[in-house]
Design a protein around this ligand. Structure first.
Ligand SMILES: [Zn+2]
Length: 74
């Protein structure tokens, strides 16, 4: 499993996904997954279509405790 670099995270973390949907951030679903940064075991998650529809969407997680954001590589 490949860790995303800090630079990659910086590109995605502020969340282009959000935009005008920012108010919905707090209502993102959560799942039990361990945060690689603080060890908390709950994180919000969502999908982001990174490029064209030719590629599958990437799943992102955001720790509910420290707001660390990372992506899941399937
Ligand atoms: Zn965390």
């Amino acid at each position: 499993m490949t860790q995303a670099t800090e630079e990659e995270l910086a590109n995605v973390a502020p969340i282009k996904v959000v935009g005008d949907k920012e108010s919905k951030l707090t209502s993102l679903p959560t799942t039990k997954i361990e945060c690689p940064k603080c060890g908390n075991n709950e994180a919000m998650w969502w999908f982001l279509q990174t490029r064209s529809g030719d590629e599958p969407p990437t799943q992102f997680y955001r720790c509910v405790k420290c707001n660390h954001t990372w992506r899941s590589y399937s």
